[in-house]
Design a protein. Structure first.
Length: 359
C-alpha cells in the first residue's frame, strides 16, 4: 500500500514538473513571439480607467494577441500590472508581448509635433496652435492678455515670449501646457545668453535684448549678417540715433499692412515707428531664434551705421550717410538718383532726422 502511495506521489510530481515545464515553455514562447499587427502596425488607445487585462482583451479581439491572460500574468509577475500609462501607442511589426508591456508601462506614446517658426508674431503662433488637431484647445478666442494670464504670466506682453522650435507632445496636451513650455524655453535660453553677453551693451535688462533680437530676426536673411546688423543697431542706440527699421513700422501698422510699405507709412505715428521715435520699440515684434538672441548680445564691432538691401538677400553696410545714399541709389534705385528720405543730391553729411537705416 505504501509503495502505491509513493508511486502516486512520484507520478504527481512528475506530472507537475512536466506541466510546469510545458507552461514555462509556452510562456517563454508567448513572450518572444511578435504580435500579429500586420505590416503597417497597429494603433492602440489606452483610455483612462482601462486595466491591463482589458487592454489585452482588446488586442485579442483585434487578432493581434493570442493569449491575453498570459500578458496579464506577465504584468503581475513583473509587478507592473497597475502601471500602464494612458495614451496612444503605435505597435510596430515585430513587437513582442514583452516589449509591448515595457511600452505601456514606460508610456512610450505617439508623439505629435508642432513647429513655431523663427520670425513669427504671436498671431501666427496662435493660428498654428488653434489649428493643430492633436492639442486640447482651452485658449481659442481669448485675447493675448487673457492668454498670458492663463499661462501664468499676467501683465506681460505676448509678443516674442515663446521660443521658436519643433515641439513634440502626446495627443490631448493642452494649448496652455504647450505655451507654458515654449515660454519656459525662451526664458531659459534668453537668461543663459544674457549671462554671457558682451560688456558695455546699451541694454538695461534681458527684455531689451529680446526686443533687439526680434528686430534682427526680421531684418536678417543671411545668418552671416546677424552680428553685423546687430552692430549697426547697437551703435545707433549708443549715439542716440533712431533705429529707422522697416519691420518695426510694419508691426505697428498691424493687420492693415498690405505688404507694400509706403512713404506715408513711415510718417504714421505708432509706438513702433522707429523712424519717429528713438530707442527700442516697447516690445518685441516677433519670435527671435537663438542665433538672433546671440547676435543681439554679441554685436560685431565696426563703424557702420547704415545698411541697405542689395536685392539678393544680403546688405550693403556703410559708415557714413553719404556712402549709404550712394548704396541706396545703386541697389534700390537702379543707379538713378532721385529724391528719397535721406538724399538731396548735394550733401556730404546729413542730420540723422532725415536719414534711413534701410530705405
Amino acid at each position: 500500500m505504501r509503495a502505491v502511495i509513493y508511486k502516486s506521489i512520484a507520478v504527481a510530481l512528475l506530472v507537475g514538473v512536466l506541466g510546469g515545464a510545458w507552461l514555462w515553455t509556452g510562456y517563454r514562447d508567448f513572450a518572444r513571439e511578435p504580435l500579429d499587427v500586420g505590416e503597417p502596425g497597429l494603433h492602440l488607445v489606452v483610455k483612462p480607467g482601462m486595466s491591463l487585462r482589458r487592454v489585452a482583451d482588446e488586442l485579442h479581439a483585434q487578432g493581434a494577441l493570442k493569449h491575453p491572460r498570459l500578458l496579464a500574468w506577465m504584468a503581475r509577475w513583473r509587478g507592473v500590472a497597475d502601471r500602464v500609462k494612458v495614451g496612444e501607442y503605435h505597435i510596430q511589426p515585430g513587437t513582442t508581448p514583452s516589449r509591448l508591456l515595457t511600452m505601456l508601462v514606460e508610456g512610450r506614446v505617439i508623439q505629435y509635433s508642432l513647429t513655431l517658426v523663427e520670425g513669427w508674431d504671436f498671431r501666427q503662433v496662435m493660428d498654428a496652435i488653434d489649428s493643430n488637431p492633436h492639442l486640447k484647445h482651452e485658449l481659442k478666442g481669448l485675447s493675448a492678455a487673457k492668454i498670458m494670464a492663463r499661462i501664468g504670466h499676467p501683465g506681460e506682453h505676448a509678443e516674442g515670449r515663446f521660443f521658436p522650435d519643433t515641439y513634440h507632445f502626446p495627443r490631448g496636451t493642452t494649448d496652455v501646457a504647450f505655451l507654458q513650455r515654449a515660454y519656459r524655453d525662451m526664458h531659459e535660453r534668453l537668461m543663459h545668453q544674457w549671462q554671457g553677453r558682451a560688456v558695455g551693451l546699451p541694454y538695461k535688462k534681458p527684455y531689451d535684448a529680446l526686443i533687439m533680437a526680434s528686430i534682427i530676426e526680421k531684418e536678417t536673411a543671411l545668418p552671416s549678417e546677424r552680428e553685423k546688423i546687430a552692430g549697426v543697431f547697437v551703435r545707433r542706440l549708443e549715439k542716440g540715433m533712431r533705429l529707422q527699421t522697416d519691420p518695426t513700422v510694419i508691426y505697428g501698422l498691424g493687420p492693415k499692412f498690405d505688404g507694400n510699405l509706403r512713404r506715408r507709412d513711415l510718417a504714421h505715428d505708432t509706438p513702433y515707428n522707429t523712424y519717429m521715435h528713438k530707442g527700442l520699440p516697447p516690445t518685441p515684434i516677433a519670435m527671435p531664434g537663438l542665433a538672433s538672441i546671440h547676435a543681439a548680445l554679441h554685436p560685431a564691432p565696426g563703424k557702420a551705421l547704415y545698411f541697405v538691401a542689395r536685392g539678393d538677400g544680403s546688405h550693403q553696410f556703410s559708415d557714413t550717410l553719404k556712402e549709404h545714399d550712394r548704396a541706396v541709389i545703386k541697389y534700390q534705385l537702379n543707379g538713378h538718383a532721385r529724391s528719397f528720405s535721406s538724399y538731396n543730391g548735394k550733401h556730404d553729411t546729413h542730420d540723422d532726422k532725415d536719414s534711413a537705416a534701410k530705405p
